[in-house]
Design a protein around this ligand. Structure first.
Ligand code: GAP
Length: 462
């Protein structure tokens, strides 16, 4: 049973330290969120799982980390300055301002009127100024990147030559992006500051691009499955021609059921686009237009590729899977949410996170916190596990409360140390999902957890 709605996750996230509304001490900041002690671990685990899967486990992908602020010309030639717009309309009756494409049945979502101004473009790149310059100095304008992708394109040759890569190969990057969204909202689903995990896969102009889009869609469906996202809550949306971005010839969006309670439950989790050779061509000094004029007189590099086998020079095409960290985290939380009734008839929340994503893998709980020997043993076990898996020690409540808290934050194992442990050097390991308990020797504990935490990889050496 996934979460019935996003609000259930909002309240769990705040109650248990995953996500807090940002700037609360000053009344908040609309649609900005801070990730708490457990949220930062969950985000890091998602990003690490992605990086491991693409950069370490495959042999055809390199990673980079480019600047967030790039030369303004990057955004001129990428097309973002001219086209990265939302179309705005104002309601003449209540003066509300909305995105034209989000209006249903021509009715104002605030007051129900249908009296609109003309639609006008609003560029959603977030501007800043570089250096100590006058407010109106146009040469100081810069942007916080709206996608991580451009940092990859402008580094294509650097990566290709230094890593001696031949096509096909990919470059992955994870990091913050910024968009001055007109209507942010729905918790961490649409915010002005967010994180992306993008990979640009460079292929020959004669590759089977559409098949490669399908290939990456399948790869990501599998990957989301490995994170615990149920296939039934994912839906493929073939983006129609009129909705495609200026660089795309084909895009498939993977949608997640973020709104199970609504008639329209789906929202984009990620997109997989065939970006053609637009990006490498547009940033290249030698690319010519139909009249033989240089398309980019500002570029000092040519991002073309020489194919030794075919003895041909060309601009590689790109297949781009672009996913959001925050939307992945939200989907993972919603699908992990479940409820269970205990012997006393009380309903408990259990967050059935995939072990690789759980913020804490094991909680060490002493059964008697006033017994120094038991506390000492529990703390020693915590310290012995910590080098290889995230473990915590907790003695801030009765055992029932401690179990409930760990279940609610998705900790796969609770380990209790009791009087008997002092005698037999063994502890009780309780499973989050079944609540079953077994007695394990302390000397076997690390091995035991290591096996059961798979696919979370733990080095053999412990
Ligand atoms: N480079 C292509 C690109 O940026 P996109 O569909 O605009 O494509 C990719 O963004 C992903 O980034 C989305 O599928 C979504 O997961 C995430 N994303 C985009 N805008 C976002 C926002 N305002 N808040 C949270 N995540 C966002």
């Amino acid at each position: 049973m996934p979460a019935p709605n996003i609000d259930t996750i909002v309240s769990l996230a705040k109650r248990r330290g995953f996500v807090f509304p940002s700037s609360e001490v000053y009344g908040g900041l609309g649609s900005a969120w801070d990730y708490g002690p457990l949220g930062v671990e969950l985000c890091n685990n998602v990003k690490q799982a992605w990086w491991r899967w693409l950069v370490y486990e495959r042999d055809d992908i390199e990673g980079i980390d480019s600047s967030i602020i790039l030369n303004r010309l990057v955004w001129k030639y990428s097309g973002h300055e001219a086209t990265f717009n939302d179309w705005l309309i104002d309601c003449r009756k209540c003066k509300g301002r909305f995105r034209a494409d989000k209006i249903v049945d021509n009715k104002c979502p605030s007051c129900g009127a249908s009296d609109w101004t003309e639609a006008r473009p609003f560029n959603t790149m977030l501007q800043t100024k570089l250096g100590a310059v006058a407010d109106d100095d146009p040469t100081a304008v810069a942007y916080l990147r709206p996608e991580t992708a451009q940092g990859i394109f402008i580094n294509f040759l650097n990566v290709q030559t230094t890593m001696r890569r031949k096509l096909p190969f990919g470059i992955a990057q994870v990091g913050k992006s910024f968009r001055n969204e007109v209507t942010p909202g729905n918790f961490i689903l649409r915010t002005r500051e967010f994180e992306q995990m993008e990979m640009e896969y460079f292929v020959s102009p004669t590759a089977e691009h559409s098949k490669l889009v399908d290939y990456w869609v399948e790869q990501y469906l599998e990957w989301f499955g490995s994170l615990g996202v149920n296939r039934e809550n994912l839906f493929l949306y073939e983006v129609p021609g009129e909705e495609l971005a200026h660089y795309s010839k084909r895009t498939v969006d993977i949608m997640y059921r973020y709104f199970p309670e609504r008639e329209k439950p789906w929202e984009e989790l990620m997109g997989i686009a065939w970006r053609t050779d637009f990006d490498l061509g547009t940033h290249s000094k030698n690319k010519l237009d139909a009249e033989g004029k240089r398309l980019n007189p500002d570029s000092t590099e040519d991002l073309s590729y020489f194919d030794e086998a075919a003895k041909q020079r060309f601009y590689p095409h790109v297949i781009e899977p672009a996913a959001g960290v925050n939307r992945t985290v939200l989907a993972v939380l919603m699908d992990a949410y479940s409820e269970k009734t205990n012997d006393k008839g009380e309903t408990r929340v259990i967050l059935k996170l995939s072990p690789q994503l759980a913020p804490i893998k094991a909680a060490i709980l002493p059964l008697a916190k006033n017994k120094p020997e038991i506390v000492g043993m529990a703390k020693a076990i915590k310290r012995s596990l910590q080098p290889v898996l995230r473990a915590v020690y907790d003695d801030t409540g009765g055992i029932g409360k401690l179990y409930a808290r760990q279940d609610e934050i998705g900790t796969p194992f609770c380990i209790t140390v009791d009087h008997q442990s002092l005698e037999d050097e063994a502890v009780t390991v309780r499973d989050r999902d079944t609540w079953e308990q077994e007695r394990i020797k302390v000397s076997d504990l690390a091995d035991h957890l290591q096996k059961r935490l798979k696919p979370f990889p733990v080095p053999e050496s412990i």
